[in-house]
Design a protein around this ligand. Structure first.
Ligand SMILES: Nc1ncnc2c1ncn2[C@@H]1O[C@H](COP(=O)(O)OP(=O)(O)OP(=O)(O)O)[C@@H](O)[C@H]1O
Length: 196
């Protein structure tokens, strides 16, 4: 899952008033630290933060197969991994909403979600960083980059799992996804839809 704050760019400014950008980064740090705190909740213990890329928060669930899922079968595990990320996405939106109220800002999240196989690990000898790679990850990133502010966009196969689990999804129709062509995508409904 990739969760971006596209309008952070408009807020970031390197002027004397905000100490050459330091004050802007201070607020971004507060946002990301609050997002990180969510991971301490037992409910989200299966979610792994991968990294932040500028103001984008990247995370995944189900990276420890066999460790977290106990007696769950493959289908239940898949459903759990996808639904917990949607719950996490909603929690991120809710945190950003509170930060907005406290800091008089209008930051919004644009979230992309996809599921499937990934390769996880560390490459390089200096500054090693755990990361994930695969077409699944590429498409998740694209669900974010071609998404809509304030909304959670996902692929058809992920939406099917979510709908079967009781989540309401709205079909966006054919959406051009760079490098993939036209894909049917969905928006997962949340209480933050349409909120300005
Ligand atoms: N591990 C990762 N960390 C951060 N971003 C990732 C990761 N894996 C994939 N992405 C992002 O997913 C997007 C799609 O990846 P893909 O390889 O299909 O495109 P690309 O050829 O790198 O194209 P572009 O130059 O448009 O980014 C890219 O923007 C890429 O940065």
């Amino acid at each position: 899952m990739f969760a971006s704050i596209p309008n952070y760019k408009e807020f970031y400014d390197e002027t004397d008033v905000n100490k050459q950008g330091l004050e802007c980064l201070r607020l971004l740090n507060e946002i990301i630290c609050d997002f990180d705190k969510l991971l301490l909740k037992p409910k989200f213990s299966g979610i792994e933060k991968i990294k932040t890329i500028a103001s984008t928060y990247m995370c995944a669930s189900g990276l420890r197969p066999g460790k977290e899922d106990g007696a769950m079968d493959e289908k239940r595990t898949e459903e759990h991994n996808v639904t917990i990320l949607v719950e996490f996405a909603i929690a991120l939106m809710s945190i950003l909403d509170s930060i907005n109220r406290e800091s008089f800002q209008r930051f919004r999240l644009r979230i992309g979600l996809n599921h499937g196989p990934v390769i996880a690990g560390v490459i390089g000898a200096q500054k090693p960083q755990y990361d994930i790679w695969s077409n699944t990850v590429n498409v998740a990133s694209r669900m974010d980059s071609c998404g809509v502010m304030g909304r959670l966009q996902t692929t058809e196969h992920t939406a099917k799992i979510l709908m079967a689990a009781g989540y309401e999804c709205e079909c966006r129709g054919m959406t051009y996804v760079k490098g993939k062509g036209n894909l049917v995508t969905y928006f997962v409904k949340t209480q933050f839809d349409g909120k300005l």
